[in-house]
Design a protein around this ligand. Sequence first.
Ligand SMILES: C[S@@+](CC[C@H](N)C(=O)[O-])C[C@H]1O[C@@H](n2cnc3c(N)ncnc32)[C@H](O)[C@@H]1O
Length: 282
Amino acid sequence: MTSRNLVVPEISFEDVTYIRNLIRVRSGMVLEPEKNYLLQSRLKPFAKQEGFGSMADLVSQLRQTSYGPLHKRVVEAMTINETSFFRDLVPFQILKDRLLPEVIQANVDIKRLHIWCGASSSGQEPYSILLTILHHFPELASWDIRVIATDISQQMIKRGQEGRYGSFEVNRGLSPPLLNTYFSRHGMEWQIRDDVRSMIEFREMNLAGSWLGLPRMDLVFMRNVMVYFDMETRKDILRRIRGILASHGYLILGATETTLAVDDHFERVPVNGTSVYRVKKG
Ligand SMILES: C[S@@+](CC[C@H](N)C(=O)[O-])C[C@H]1O[C@@H](n2cnc3c(N)ncnc32)[C@H](O)[C@@H]1O
C-alpha cells in the first residue's frame, strides 16, 4: 500500500493511519484504502457534531487521551449499517422451510429455541427472523424463544429497540400482510407491535471483544459483517461461534461470506442455491 492510497483531504497521513488503527484494534474492521472516502464523509460531520473545528482537531484530541467514549463513538461512526427486512430473501425462505423445522425437531422435548443475530444493525434482520417464526410457526407460542440481537453500535441498538421505521425502510422487503399484522402506523413511520418488540433482546456487543452471557445457540446469523474484518478476527469469531453453536445448529453468513479457507471445522451445507454452515461432527 502506498502512502498515496491513504490520502484524505483535510487530514494528515499520520492521522489517517491513527484512525485506521483505532478502528482495526477496537472493532476488527479493516478500512481499505479505497474506503477512505468514508473517513471523509463520516468523520467530518462527526467532528462538527462533537464540537471540533476540524477533523484534525478531533484526531488530535483522540491522540492525546487514552481510549474512552469519544474513541468509541468514532469507531461506531465508521460502521456501515446497510440492512433491510428479509435481506436477500433466500436465507429467510431457507429459515422457514429447512432450518426452523430441523431445529424445532431437535428441541421438541425441551421446547426451547435460541437464535443470535450477531450484527443486527437497526433491527430489520432480527425482526425478519422473529416474524418468520410468529407468522409460520404458531405452534411455537408456548416455547421458550430467545432472539438475541447484538451490534457494536449503540445508536443502531437503540433503533432496533425502538422498532420504528420509515416508509422507505418498510417498503424494502416487508410484505403488506406482515406490515399490517405486526406494525402500527404513526404518521410517516411504522412501529413494530410492543409484544413483538419485547421478544427481542437487543444488546450492545463488540464481536471482537467479550461475548459474555450468550447461551448455547440453535441458529447464528452473522451476515454481512465478517466481510469487514481481517482474517485473524474472522478466524477468532468462527472459532467462538463453534463454541456456542448446538451440534444440530446452523450458522448463516452473508451472500459473499464463507467459512471456507477460514475455519476447516465448519462444513458447508448447500441449500436452494446458497449455503449455510454447521460444525463438522467428530
Ligand atoms: C452491513 S451491516 C449488516 C446488518 C445485517 N446483519 C444485514 O445483513 O442486513 C453490518 C453491521 O455490523 C456491525 N458491526 C461492525 N463491526 C462490528 C463489531 N466488531 N461487533 C459487532 N458489530 C459490528 C455494524 O455496526 C453494522 O450494523
